[in-house]
Ligand binder design. Structure first.
Ligand code: BDP
Length: 618
């Protein structure tokens, strides 16, 4: 039974990370399987750190830009078999797909590069012995994958990936890998819904478990405050759900005078679940939860019943050398920069980030718009460039690719919500970034995606999706699915930039007036706006790409945001400069960062700090 719960270690469960130096081989001719690599990589295999992207370690282009199949291998020791326990391997993510072998036995595979998967390896493991773990991975993209792209073949026969999106197609084992021991009868999932009534909070909890033996199960749970004192407990009657093959039960806590989880004041309670069979404890699971409410009322976003204004960034998991590999040090620096500048929110553009980001945000009191990797769903040469040109490209009428694309999209939505649903930091799920939204095909496609997400999220959080410029008020068929409208807009950059900034301002007002006229009675959030800026360039008077122009661009945008009272957030593009595919539109990457790629402020950072810290109505 696959459980996406974050690994914990306690008297019933064990987890050990396999992070470190693995072995690695490219498989240019797709010979690995035939040559027996599933049992272990050849002598020519090289060292490769995990977690990290493989790309930027290399000093030659061919390896950095490698497109195709590649293999990883490591050894792990499995202690003596414990009665009633199963052994699992858990990957935080492998980009973009993987098939896994233990001692040459295929134990499972997973599609999608940004979400975890867990494989039962109990029958393949040598207990009290060494084991070889091999991963066959692949980083190719097509029009059914999330994110979308394709692969072209150069005249010399080499494959090159062509992303339909504006970030480097980093690949590898980007997040931690664990070997875990969990009971055959164990807790597999839980949901928490928090409500406040007067000076009380009601915490509704649903617990899910499996029982291989079919023995009846009972659950209990208790909440602890910050000092570890138990403040309430509850008992679950676990009922068998034939259809899902699991046991589940519900319970409710009442917390008097709760400490709410809030921006920069993130009170977290401890929660512990215990599972009992025949009166005996057989499993337990601990986590932290926050008591908070999030809802949309008219044009307001309410956190704990109070209107908030979202201030912050669209980000990337991106850093020099390690690419998209998770690193606590970089996450720490990013949170420090976001605190310094007065931000309260970020969007995990354009894919769900490593789980550690959300746990960190829970602790630090940051709000997250959690985005599924649905990016590049517009057919064009340079998808993100055409976003501003007004070209009409439809993506969803190709009947041969759409069913598979939709299946992958729904799977990613399910995995993301299952993984992230209990984080107080997650205030919304974003179900797309800049797809084509003006055809009836797009309408029908996204209708199902939104319905599915609404059904899955126990907290029924607001849902959204980031709309690019062709998703205009008169043409877009998908904005009605969104609980708040997220706009990615580049007036003054892709549209009428530089000396035409005054025209950009008018065009922007024209569009905003059209949205206003629709009278949607929903909040609007700018999920992207920004101007490429070289940290080294200054010019008086300004020209595009200089720090002076970035300031002028932002001033114009702020003037527009402040004109419309239904605008309830501004998440700039981007937190930091980041790597993209090379090309004439990018100067060694996207330079729209407020911070440089090594997280030092550009001039604009000081303007943002002033606005976000000192403007009362934000
Ligand atoms: C938007 C995309 C984003 C790009 C950005 C840009 O959502 O991924 O990086 O434009 O052009 O269209 O900088």
């Amino acid at each position: 039974m696959e459980s996406l719960l974050y690994p914990v270690r306690n008297r019933f469960r064990d987890e050990r990370k396999l992070d470190g130096l693995w072995r690695f081989s490219f498989d240019r001719e797709e010979k690995g399987e035939g040559d027996g690599w599933t049992k272990g990589l050849p002598k020519s295999a090289i060292n490769m750190p995990v977690p990290a992207s493989f790309n930027d370690f290399f000093t030659d282009k061919e390896s950095r830009d490698y497109c195709g199949t590649f293999w990883y291998e490591c050894d792990f020791y499995a202690p003596a078999k414990q009665e009633g326990k199963k052994t699992y391997i858990r990957f935080g993510s492998v980009t973009h797909r993987a098939t896994v072998y233990v001692n040459g036995v295929e134990v499972g595979s997973h599609e999608g590069g940004f979400l975890p998967f867990v494989l039962d390896v109990s029958d393949a493991v040598n207990f009290e012995g060494n084991n070889t773990l091999v991963v066959k991975a692949n980083n190719e993209l097509d029009e059914t994958t999330l994110p979308c792209g394709n692969v072209s073949t150069l005249k010399n026969g080499k494959k090159l990936v062509k992303p339909y999106f504006d970030f480097f197609n980093y690949a590898g084992i980007h997040r931690s890998v664990w070997v875990m021991t969990v009971g055959e009868e164990s807790i597999t999932d839980y949901d928490v819904i928090t409500e406040t009534v007067g000076d009380k909070a009601v915490v509704k909890v649903r617990l899910e478990a499996v029982s291989a033996s079919g023995k009846s199960l009972k659950g209990s749970a208790y909440l602890t405050d910050r000092s570890g004192c138990q403040i309430c407990d509850a008992v679950f009657e676990m009922k068998h759900d034939e259809e899902k093959g699991v046991y589940s039960g519900e319970a409710c806590f009442e917390v008097d005078e709760p400490n709410l989880w809030d921006i920069k004041n993130p009170y977290l309670y401890g929660i512990e679940f215990d599972l009992l069979s025949d009166g005996q404890e057989i499993d337990s699971y601990e986590d932290k939860i926050g008591i908070r409410t999030i809802e949309i009322k008219g044009t307001d976003i309410l956190l704990n019943g109070k209107p908030i204004y979202l201030k912050g960034f669209g980000k990337h998991e991106d850093f020099d050398i390690i690419g998209r590999g998770f690193n606590y040090g970089i996450a720490k620096r990013d949170f420090e920069c976001m605190k310094w500048i007065g931000a309260n929110c970020f969007r995990t553009s354009h894919y769900p980030y490593a789980e550690e980001w959300y746990r960190f945000a829970d602790e630090e009191g940051f709000l997250i718009i959690d985005e599924v990797p649905a990016v590049g769903m517009m057919r064009s040469f340079f998808n993100f460039m055409d976003a501003g040109s007004g070209g009409k490209y439809t993506y969803f009428f190709e009947t041969d690719t759409v069913p598979k694309l939709k299946e992958n999209h729904l799977n990613a939505v399910r995995e993301m919500i299952t993984r992230d649903k209990n984080h107080p930091s997650v205030i919304s799920f974003s179900l797309f970034n800049e797809p084509e939204t003006i055809s009836t095909f797009a309408h029908d496609y996204f209708k199902d995606i939104f319905e599915y997400a609404r059904e899955l999220d126990p907290q029924k959080r607001p849902l959204t999706g980031a709309l690019e410029k062709t998703s205009s008020p008169d043409k877009c068929q998908c904005y009605p699915f969104c609980d708040f409208i997220s706009l990615n807009r580049y007036y003054g950059w892709y549209i009428s930039g530089g000396s035409e900034l005054s025209d950009a301002r008018e065009l922007f007002i024209e569009e905003m007036d059209k949205w206003k006229a629709l009278n949607l009675n929903k909040p609007f959030v700018f999920t992207e706006f920004g101007a490429d800026t070289l940290a080294t360039e200054h010019k008086l008077p300004s020209v595009m790409w200089t720090q002076e122009y970035q300031n002028e661009y932002y001033d114009m945008n702020f003037e527009i945001f402040d004109k419309y009272d239904f605008v309830k957030g501004e998440l700039t593009w981007n937190f930091a400069d980041f790597q993209t595919s090379e090309g004439t539109f990018r100067v060694a990457g996207n330079k729209k960062g407020v911070f440089s790629r090594n997280r030092q402020p550009k001039d604009i950072a000081f303007k943002l700090k002033d606005r976000w810290e000192n403007t009362n109505n934000l």
